[in-house]
Design a protein around this ligand. Structure first.
Ligand code: BG6
Length: 488
């Protein structure tokens, strides 16, 4: 992994955004590219070409970009079939000639998932995936999520794009890997010698990875009905965070060394228990409630959602990694929409010490040590300690050492800035390899299958918007004599 945030790149070429007129390009990609240029990290020899069928021109497309990048932005009106890609090819050739820009191309597929294989095949048939021949430089493809909707479709998607591209040309994006707080997990674990020796079942009681949002489905009911929270958040974002939290130290920071270690975590996952007393997974769906004092509708009242929908907007699950390091440590993943607060964090709770000294004192129970990585909204690291309260007697309370990112550093880059720059460099550590993606699906596939066969409104636990999820999620952890860690 290079330090791509500070070293400018001199290499020129094209960032081609399929779905250029879409929301992601407008909200995230163009602003990220503008910021990179503003910071001098991308040269003037990097040109952005939006592609799509919309009736846009260079000028009208430029209106969507901020001034820092406007003069480097073009639009090519074309479809995604081979003919369309040939139109694009001619446009790139013209621009390359006019602006003296080499034919290195980073394609960004910000399009509906069913068009991923179509575009890759069109690029390949038109000769655009070939590298370093016919006057072309390198060619790489970033693929937005969702990468498949279950194991079979992810395998099929991998098969179809690997027919045309080498694995090292494919950049499957998971924007959580671009978040500073997530990257800091690697640094925290492997650059600080005091934590590695205690990072195991010997000292850790449980780990909780939580991502909660106060937002609902925000007009995306149609998409959400085909996804649900398990696919939208757990299979990708939370499983990636799990891997970085629990993997062994890699031999180096090269993409394959890091990803090999993540894969080993996924391979060691114990199959989830899906029925009976030992149920490992709970799903829920928000009903009407209040967020910040304002009434909000339930999921089944959202536009494009049928009133019989069983789609989950909340998942809590318990998993185990059956390897030497983590044997017997429960790891809880939890994510939901319309929760009481917004926040992503990893809470690592340590085992109790022997407390030989304090057990003798009536009413004194030292709290367990806990380390919390806050990913958002604020980034930080908190260490909870038992501390003597001031006074004549011994009273121990939980206190917190708090490292707040914003107090130490200036603003951190947006996830898409880091990821675009890394892909431009050919640096794939923060992207998902095909085997990681498939192993994650394969772990969750039994859950998908089980839920597909249980229909009817009553099969899902409802929770009021603005709460902490369904009661069943409470049961999942209290039966282990543990409790959910609240957002710090
Ligand atoms: C996206 C999901 O991948 O991640 C959204 O599709 C979700 O449903 C979003 O809201 C959360 O991302 P972040 O960066 O706001 O935590």
């Amino acid at each position: 992994m290079q330090d791509s945030t500070t070293t400018p790149i001199s290499e020129g070429g094209f960032v081609v955004i399929f779905g250029g007129s879409g929301d992601l390009a407008h909200r995230k990609l163009l602003p990220a590219l503008a910021r990179l240029r503003q910071q001098g990290l991308l040269t003037d020899k990097v040109v952005v070409v939006g592609v799509g069928r919309s009736d846009l021109t260079d000028d009208t497309f430029r209106e969507r970009a901020s001034p820092e990048i406007r003069d480097r932005v073009y639009f090519c009106r074309a479809g995604y079939d081979e003919e369309g890609v040939q139109v694009l090819d001619r446009r790139l050739a013209e621009l390359s000639e006019q602006l003296s820009i080499p034919r290195n191309v980073l394609y960004y597929l910000s399009v509906p998932p069913d068009t991923f294989p179509v575009i890759v095949a069109s690029l390949s048939h038109a000769g655009l995936t070939k590298q370093n021949q016919d006057g072309r430089g390198w060619s790489r493809v970033i693929i937005e999520k969702p990468f498949g909707r279950d194991l079979a479709s992810a395998q099929e998607l991998n098969r179809s794009i690997l027919e045309h591209l080498a694995e090292n040309q494919i950049y499957r994006i998971d924007h959580y890997l671009g978040k500073e707080g997530v990257q800091n997990l690697l640094v925290f674990r492997f650059a600080n010698s005091i934590f590695e020796p205690i990072w195991s079942a010997r000292n850790i009681d449980n780990i909780q990875i939580t991502a909660s949002e106060t937002l609902g489905v925000e007009g995306r009911g149609g998409y959400y009905e085909t996804a649900g929270l398990l696919r939208d958040m757990i299979q990708n974002h939370l499983m990636q965070v799990l891997c970085l939290t629990c993997m062994e130290p890699p031999a180096s920071l090269s993409p394959d060394d890091v990803r090999n270690e993540k894969v080993k975590v996924l391979k060691a996952l114990r199959p989830l228990s899906l029925s009976g007393e030992d149920l490992d997974v709970v799903r829920g769906q928000y009903s009407g409630g209040k967020i910040d004092g304002k009434a909000v509708p339930g999921y089944r009242e959202e536009p494009d959602v049928p009133e019989t929908s069983n789609t989950e907007t909340f998942v809590a699950l318990r998993l185990f990694i059956d390897n030497f390091r983590w044997s017997g440590v429960p790891i809880y993943l939890r994510s939901g929409k319309r929760m009481s607060g917004r926040g992503t964090q990893i809470a690592v709770t340590f085992k109790e010490g022997p407390h030989i000294l304090f057990n003798a004192l009536p009413g004194v129970v030292p709290p367990r040590n806990r380390l919390i990585f806050q990913i958002q909204p604020e980034e930080g690291i908190l260490l909870e300690l038992g501390t003597k309260m001031p006074g004549q007697s011994i009273r121990i309370e939980r206190t917190t050492m708090n490292f707040a990112w914003h107090e130490a550093f200036q603003e951190s880059p947006e996830a898409y800035e880091r990821l675009l720059l890394d892909a431009w460099r050919g640096e794939a550590t923060l992207f998902v390899r095909s085997d990681e993606c498939e192993l994650s699906w394969s772990f969750l596939q039994p859950v998908i299958d089980k839920w597909a066969t249980t229909t009817g409104k009553s099969k899902i636990s409802l929770y009021p918007a603005g709460s902490d999820g369904p009661d069943a999620a409470q049961g999942l952890i209290t039966r282990d004599s543990r409790e959910w860690v609240r957002h710090a």
